[in-house]
Design a protein around this ligand. Structure first.
Ligand SMILES: N[C@@H](CCC(=O)N[C@@H](CS)C(=O)NCC(=O)O)C(=O)O
Length: 222
C-alpha cells in the first residue's frame, strides 16, 4: 500500500492540511489507489531533521513510499502516479493540451501555492491572537490582484483548465480547501467561484475537506 507522508492537524475551525500534500492525496483518490496517511511532525519538517532530509532532500512534505520506491515533490509524485497507474488518465493525450495542463499546474504551484497562499494559510495553523490580520488581508489582496484574474481568464468557456479534470486542476483543489477555511470573497470572479465549487463537489475532495476529521481522511482501503 502507498504511504503518503504529510502534515495534517485538527483545529476547532477545521482539519488543516499541507497544500502540496493535498495535491497528492487528491490524485491518489482520483485514481482509486489504496493508501494510508503517515503524519510527519510539523516541527521535524521546519527543523529539517536528518530523518526528514533522508526521505526528501528538500526537507518538505509530501513524499510517498510505494513499496520500496520513495518519490518526493507533489508534481513529480503526481506524474509518477499518472505514469505508473494510468487509469483514469490525468493528463490530456494531445501534446499541446498536455503542455497547457503542465504549465497551469506550474503556475498554480509557483505563484498561487508558493507565493500567496502560505501568507493566508500558515496563520490559520496558529491561535487567532497570534495572527497578523492586516498581513493576511494584504496577502488576500495580492492574490486577487493578478493571479486569480489570470485563472478566471483561463476558465473562459471551460469546465476544467485543460479538457477533462487533469493535473492542472489538482492544485486548485488545494486552493479550494484554503478558501473554504479562510472565507475570502471572490468578487468579480464568477468563473473561478463556480470552478472551485465544482472541485469541492468531486468525491476526491472529501479527503482534503476541512470539515472532515483526521480519522475520516486517513487513507483508502483496497
Ligand atoms: N515543490 C514542493 C513544495 C512542497 C512544500 O513547500 N511543502 C510545504 C508544506 S505545504 C513544506 O513542507 N514546507 C516546509 C518548508 O518549506 O520548510 C512540492 O510540490 O512538493
Amino acid at each position: 500500500m502507498i504511504v503518503l507522508h504529510t502534515m495534517e492537524r485538527s483545529y476547532p475551525w477545521g482539519t488543516l492540511r499541507s497544500t502540496f500534500s493535498s495535491k497528492t492525496k487528491v490524485v491518489l483518490e482520483e485514481k482509486g489507489l489504496p493508501y494510508r496517511v503517515e503524519r510527519v511532525r510539523i516541527g521535524d519538517v521546519w527543523k529539517k531533521t536528518p530523518e526528514v532530509l533522508a526521505r526528501n532532500p528538500l526537507g518538505k512534505v509530501p513524499w510517498i513510499d510505494d513499496g520500496d520506491v520513495t518519490v518526493y515533490d507533489s508534481s513529480v509524485i503526481n506524474e509518477y502516479l499518472n505514469d505508473r497507474y494510468p487509469s483514469p488518465a490525468l493528463l490530456p493525450v494531445d501534446p499541446v493540451a498536455r503542455a497547457r495542463a503542465r504549465a497551469l499546474e506550474n503556475y498554480a504551484d509557483e505563484i498561487i501555492l508558493s507565493v500567496h497562499v502560505p501568507r493566508i494559510w500558515m496563520p490559520w495553523w496558529s491561535p487567532p491572537e497570534s495572527r497578523n490580520a492586516a498581513e493576511m488581508q494584504r496577502a488576500r489582496e495580492d492574490l486577487a490582484a493578478r493571479a486569480l484574474p489570470f485563472v478566471e481568464e483561463r476558465l473562459d468557456g471551460r469546465e476544467y483548465l485543460a479538457g477533462d479534470f487533469s493535473l492542472a486542476d489538482v492544485p486548485f483543489m488545494a486552493l479550494a480547501m484554503v478558501l473554504q477555511v479562510d472565507g475570502m470573497p471572490l468578487e468579480g470572479l464568477p468563473l473561478l467561484s463556480a470552478y472551485l465549487e465544482r472541485l469541492r463537489a468531486r468525491p476526491s475532495y472529501r479527503a482534503i475537506d476541512p470539515a472532515r476529521s483526521l480519522e475520516e481522511s486517513s487513507g483508502r482501503s483496497a
